[in-house]
Design a protein around this ligand. Structure first.
Ligand SMILES: Nc1nc2c(ncn2[C@@H]2O[C@H](COP(=O)(O)OP(=O)(O)OP(=O)(O)O)[C@@H](O)[C@H]2O)c(=O)[nH]1
Ligand SMILES: [Mg+2]
Length: 238
């Protein structure tokens, strides 16, 4: 039986995490594990995660990071921990319900059936949809970011900034996470770039992307600036 570990980075997500964990643990994926990576959230998400780990021994565990260094750094540590703990497949997922829990079995099934290195839950393939609440400005920004990155880096993905995906462990390990340059959200793009440069197969399946359920966005100007510059950094590093 394959082990699937869902890595969930959190910063001030105490109001979302318990319900998200409950929905994930109820999925028809035997032995599914959750690994929360918390950056010492001031709202006590770390304690909430510890309580979940106590309630679900062997199924929920927590990485506590002392300093907030951004989504990318949290993911590097979380993905490396999941690999070291023997996961066969590793899921990346936001903690705010933007990514549909009921699509996790579809990601897993597609990865198993195809042997792809990565299966992305995509907003921008046929059948993918965005939260109705998203303003025109936000839709345009997201579409522009995708076009910008895809064009500069020549990555043949519709949703190149996607944060919801599953990796085959062997392929994920081959990406050498210790060399990742991104601190923030550009981590997602850098990973897709590495995988496609390595000739790995990446598949996109449609999802519905919802607005966050509770809490507030952690997107900052600094994160946006890094995301705008990262494609050029990756291109010239080559
Ligand atoms: N550990 C950690 N997690 C983070 C950090 N920044 C963001 N996250 C998490 O990464 C996920 C995505 O962040 P969001 O704030 O939802 O970003 P967003 O989806 O662009 O913004 P919203 O539309 O408001 O949801 C969430 O689960 C956050 O809690 C960070 O610095 N450290
Ligand atoms: Mg979000």
């Amino acid at each position: 039986m394959a082990t699937v570990t869902v890595v969930i980075p959190t910063y001030n997500e105490a109001d979302n995490l318990p319900a998200l964990a409950a929905e994930l643990l109820a999925l028809p994926i035997p032995g599914l594990r959750i690994l929360v990576v918390d950056d010492d959230s001031p709202d006590g998400t770390g304690k909430v995660a510890d309580d979940l780990a106590t309630a679900h021994p062997g199924h929920v565990s927590v990485v506590h990071r002392k300093v907030r260094e951004g989504l990318g750094r949290a993911y590097v540590q979380g993905l490396e921990t999941a690999l070291a703990d023997g996961a066969d497949y590793v899921v990346q997922m936001d903690s705010d319900f933007s990514h549909p829990v009921d699509a996790v079995p579809r990601l897993f099934g597609t990865a198993e059936a195809t042997g792809a290195a990565c299966v992305i839950g995509s907003r921008y393939v046929s059948g993918g949809t965005l939260a109705a609440e998203w303003s025109l400005r936000r839709r345009a920004l997201s579409a522009w970011a995708n076009f910008y990155v895809r064009t500069i880096l020549r990555i043949r993905l519709r949703d190149v900034t996607a944060g919801f995906k599953i990796w085959r462990a062997a392929d994920l390990a081959a990406l050498h996470l210790d060399g990742i340059a991104s601190g923030g959200y550009s981590f997602q793009v850098e990973m897709h770039y590495r995988a496609s440069r390595a000739g790995m197969t990446i598949i996109e399946i449609p999802i519905h992307f919802s607005d966050r359920r509770a809490g507030t966005s952690k997107m900052s100007l600094r994160v946006q600036l890094e995301s705008a510059l990262m494609p050029w950094r990756l291109l010239f590093k080559r």
